[in-house]
Design a protein. Structure first.
Length: 51
């Protein structure tokens, strides 16, 4: 029978090679959170105004 030959390569995976920056993700999450908080506050104060 033929034996398969396994070769070891020094290739790293794509994730290890790329140095990703999460600053854009952090900014997006903070902006989304700020939008949600301001929306809820707006609805809450509108509710208080109409009660």
């Amino acid at each position: 029978m033929a034996k398969t030959q396994l070769t070891k390569t020094n290739q790293k995976t794509k994730i290890e090679d790329e140095k990703t920056s999460l600053k854009g993700t952090l900014a997006s999450v903070l902006l989304l959170g700020l939008f949600l908080i301001l929306s809820w506050l707006g609805v809450y104060f509108l509710f208080l105004d109409r009660v």
